[in-house]
Design a protein around this ligand. Structure first.
Ligand SMILES: Nc1ncnc2c1ncn2[C@@H]1O[C@H](COP(=O)(O)OP(=O)(O)OP(=O)(O)O)[C@@H](O)[C@H]1O
Length: 454
């Protein structure tokens, strides 16, 4: 669809001249002879850009400009004038004009300025779409006191640069909270970069965080920027921080203390401006006591603690989350949502949700797909929940003659489960994690512990 341009000038011959120039370039054009006329045009259908004269008889384009901007805040308006003073130009810019061009108009200047105004417009539209999408992602659904506390805390810490250590069981929304903090901070226009410390092999942690120079180690065929550098100006979210090796902890501590990093194999010191948010489902204090986590690093990261309560402690949020995920699945899969009977909702509320909100989201996706457009009662919910249970019916039974310890037997079972899921996902770890209703980090950690290589 060609862009539509509104031409506002009290002189008909200028409107005609601009109109034919723009149409020859493939634009659609509309015209207005006054500021009021322009406002009516914009209100009836918003154009993609406006070209407006500064002096239209007794009327000044400078009066019309704020009204246009109010009616359509993202509409770029280009002002034109033959006898504008510098102060007019400054005033126009201050009132939000996109640009100022002088008459007599040169076709090149008009087309060039219009081209960049339309680019800006496109970028703004894209941004808005992104914001809408993100709004959905970083929205903490829930009205329980626990979630209200989290929300208040987020509002309080977001505008600061304080480091926040987010704790909570798996699937409670730690990443949602981190992204909410970023997008409500002054760094929202900068990048939000996530690094899952459990998902990267030990010997690559340093290069993931700080980057590497070409040839720094076997396989480093290109120079690569690390997450610290990529996140500069924004926020770096270090998930599963409790899984970081002691060696990597030492390097992270140095980076935090000095605000500087060095790429692996490099000599250059790079200053980075990054806000650090961390999350863990481990008890980091216990990790410190056990000597697995550096105390000095713990104190650096733990400036503000933010704890996300497990879903079973806030059953009052289940109904809201059900609504939220039903709407989400309806959009995502373009299907009619099932109708949940009261008993079905009751069953969902009573479930203990060991996998927290992530588990609820997965169960609801399954319900939406399996029962689209039909009635769902407690029996259907029980069936879906049973299918999602941690132990399938053919779990290995207890055998008197098995001499292995409990842990060895459990490891064996876990290995079967993981390799089964990985096989069924054709080796795709993210997909296998989804099938097992866990996150990739957890799956990688378990694979590493059991020496499962994929
Ligand atoms: N309060 C909430 N409102 C809406 N969605 C939520 C909420 N909490 C969690 N979710 C959703 O549940 C899923 C899991 O959340 P998230 O990844 O933030 O959990 P997590 O605590 O970081 O998990 P892990 O420790 O396993 O990484 C995501 O799809 C997220 O969008």
């Amino acid at each position: 669809m060609p862009a539509s341009i509104l031409i506002v000038d009290d002189e008909a011959n200028i409107r005609r001249m601009l109109g034919s120039l723009l149409r020859a370039e493939g634009y659609r054009t509309r015209e207005a002879g006054s500021g009021l006329g322009a406002l009516a045009e914009v209100q009836s259908e918003e154009p993609d850009a406006v070209l407006m004269d500064l002096y239209m008889g007794s009327e000044s384009g400078l009066d019309a400009l704020p009204r246009l901007r109010e009616a359509a805040p993202e509409l770029p308006v280009i002002m034109m004038s033959g006898r504008a003073s510098l102060s007019d130009a400054v005033k126009a810019t201050r009132l939000g004009a996109f640009h100022f061009i002088e008459k007599p108009l040169s076709p090149e200047a008009v087309l060039l300025t219009l081209g960049s105004a339309l680019e800006l417009r496109k970028a703004r539209d894209l941004n808005r779409a992104l914001r809408e999408e993100l709004g959905d992602r970083d929205e903490m659904v829930g009205r329980s006191p626990g979630v209200e506390r989290v929300r208040q805390m987020i509002a309080r810490v977001a505008p600061t640069d304080a480091r926040v250590l987010i704790t909570g069981e798996s699937g409670t929304g730690k990443e949602v909270a981190a992204s909410a903090i970023h997008y409500r901070s002054g760094r929202a226009g900068g990048p939000f970069i996530k690094l899952n410390c459990a998902a990267i092999p030990k010997d690559l942690v340093e290069s993931e965080m700080f980057g590497h120079e070409r040839g720094a180690f076997t396989g480093a065929t290109e120079r690569r920027r690390g997450r610290f550098e990529v996140a500069s100006g924004g926020t770096l979210f270090l998930d599963e921080i409790g899984d970081l090796s002691l060696a990597a902890q030492a390097k992270l501590l140095r980076a935090l203390e000095q605000g500087e990093i060095e790429r692996v194999g490099g000599t250059e010191t790079i200053t980075v401006d990054v806000r650090i948010l961390t999350a863990t489902n481990k008890d980091l204090r216990a990790e410190v006591a056990a000597g697995r986590f550096r105390e000095d690093l713990y104190f650096r990261l733990h400036v503000i603690p933010l704890h996300l309560p497990p879903l079973r402690e806030r059953p009052g949020d289940v109904a809201l989350l059900v609504d939220h995920f039903m709407a989400h699945n309806q959009r995502r899969h373009a299907l009619r949502p099932p109708r949940l009977e009261a008993a079905a909702l009751e069953a969902l509320i009573r479930h203990p949700w060991p996998g927290n909100v992530r588990e609820l989201a997965n169960i609801l996706e399954r319900i939406c797909i399996l029962y689209a457009g039909t009635d769902v009662g407690a029996a259907e919910i029980r069936a879906v929940l049973a299918g999602a249970g941690p132990m399938p019916e053919d779990a290995p039974a207890y055998r008197d003659d098995d001499e292995r310890s409990l842990n060895e037997r459990l490891d064996d079972y876990e290995r079967q489960l993981l390799t089964g899921a990985l096989d069924s996902a054709e080796g795709n770890v993210a997909e296998a994690a989804r099938k097992l209703q866990t996150d990739r980090g957890n799956l990688y950690r378990r694979m590493r512990r059991l020496d499962i290589v994929r």
